[in-house]
Design a protein around this ligand. Structure first.
Ligand code: AMP
Length: 420
């Protein structure tokens, strides 16, 4: 596999898939968080610095056909600022403008193509009426797959090499993230620096973790994280559970959870996880106390109880002080830490203490030499909100992609370049 750091881009045109799927202000369409744009800069600098030129492709949002509110135009000034040079823009990724502008691109120049998802073949998912029969669905899908190949072939035609640096969409088998790689020789496809660093961080945690290795799982539902939890049970020393999923475990063990979040159909699964942790000698930590509200609201009244004694009509919305102390103690002794999902409803100030405390405990363990990997939109937001992004080892840019990779799944965008 070609490595970007070893490749000389002098006189080479590179088509680079980036993840510029950034949040925009609904009214002004101004970029409100430029993390993903900044994430792509090292790869772009390398190509331009070598004397190559760059054609950028990305999606933004989930448009159905061409929709101006999903245009990549608002990205342009932010990209120009971080890159320190002007960037050209083609208002269609497949039209005449894209063809002629990429053909005319000179060494050192950068061209951004309009949203690849303005074409349904990018995703390969046909939009059909609900009344469509299975036959019709199958035929439409097959037809769109052919168009997807055609689209990928056209995009590939703009450039000499393909670089994938869009980690956030690596779990999608789309035209610009995976299929396009088939139209280049093997020595002309590679990952960018962002994907390389994401893979290195995840592989370190999955395959090369220094012990003790602690995983902290939070968020709303067990069902979303179950595959990751199962994979981690084979690898970690400590598994800490917090957030909404806590109460499914507590109820499964016979505790009283009031009207806390609970997945009734996952009670058996929770018991199986507890049993499997025992078999694998994994220390499973559940919260001991719970900060409860009488409604799902920042103005709720608060009552702290043991986690298995939540009063009727109340719901557990954060971990309590005793839990914070216990979890922080385990985190403080860890050498490898993986965190995915908040410990409570951290969007509400009243129920954000647990999540903030865990973020701080992870930063503190990192300062003592632990390797910490943070993934999932909410944990990343909690880290950023507390100004701790540079006090942890790695903050992943890809929520869903990271989850799937850590579950042990093969990501189409990764396989397309690295092979099986
Ligand atoms: P996820 O996307 O699965 O990581 O879940 C994140 C969401 O879980 C956040 O929006 C939190 O507000 C929510 N959450 C965390 N703890 C709780 C809780 N105890 N009850 C209800 N929701 C929670």
């Amino acid at each position: 596999m070609k490595m970007i750091q070893d490749f000389d881009f002098k006189g080479v045109k590179a088509i680079v898939r980036v993840d510029f799927n950034v949040p925009l202000d609904k009214k002004t369409l101004v970029v409100t968080d430029d993390t993903r744009i900044r994430g792509a800069i090292p790869t772009l600098r390398k190509i331009i610095g070598d004397g190559g030129s760059v054609i950028l492709m990305s999606h933004l949002g989930r448009p159905e056909g061409r929709m101006e509110k999903y245009s990549l135009k608002p990205v342009l000034p932010v990209l120009e600022k971080h890159l320190g040079q002007s960037v050209k823009f083609a208002d269609d990724c497949l039209g005449e403008s894209a063809v002629s502008m990429s053909a005319a691109l000179k060494p050192g120049e950068v061209l951004l193509l309009e949203n690849v998802r303005f074409y349904p073949e990018e995703e390969g998912k046909p939009v059909l009426p609900e009344t469509a029969t299975d036959e019709e669905k199958k035929a439409a899908k097959a037809e769109l797959k052919l168009k997807q190949k055609e689209m990928a072939r056209k995009l590939a035609g703009y450039a000499d090499v393909y670089v994938n640096d869009a980690f956030g969409t690596a779990h999608r088998a789309h035209g610009s993230t995976a299929v396009i790689a088939d139209f280049f020789p093997k020595d002309k496809i590679m990952f960018g620096f962002l994907i390389n660093s994401e893979l290195a961080a995840m592989d370190k945690v999955l395959n090369n973790a220094q012990r003790p290795f602690t995983a902290i799982m939070g968020g709303a539902k067990v069902s979303d994280k179950i595959l990751l939890i199962e994979n981690l049970l084979n690898r970690v020393d400590n598994l800490i559970i917090g957030g909404g999923m806590t109460y499914t475990f507590v109820k499964a063990k016979g505790g009283k959870i009031g009207k806390s979040l609970c997945e009734e159909d996952k009670l058996d699964l929770a018991l199986k996880i507890i049993e499997k942790a025992g078999e694998k000698n994994v220390n499973l930590y559940l919260p001991v106390d719970s900060v409860n509200g009488d409604k799902f609201d920042n103005e709720a009244n608060i009552r702290v109880t043991a986690v298995d004694a939540v009063d009727d009509g109340w719901m557990g919305l954060d971990i309590g002080e005793k839990t914070i102390e216990e979890f922080s103690g385990v985190i403080g002794k860890s050498k490898t830490i993986l965190w995915n999902g908040p410990m409570g409803v951290f969007e509400m100030e009243k129920f954000s203490k647990g999540t903030t405390a865990i973020a701080k405990a992870i930063a503190s363990a990192t300062s003592k030499g632990a390797f910490s990997l943070i993934g999932g939109g909410d944990s990343v937001a909690a880290i950023n909100r507390n100004g701790l992004a540079d006090k942890v080892s790695y903050v992943s840019t890809g929520g869903g992609a990271m989850l799937e990779y850590m579950e042990g799944k093969k990501l189409p965008g990764i396989v397309a370049i690295r092979g099986e």
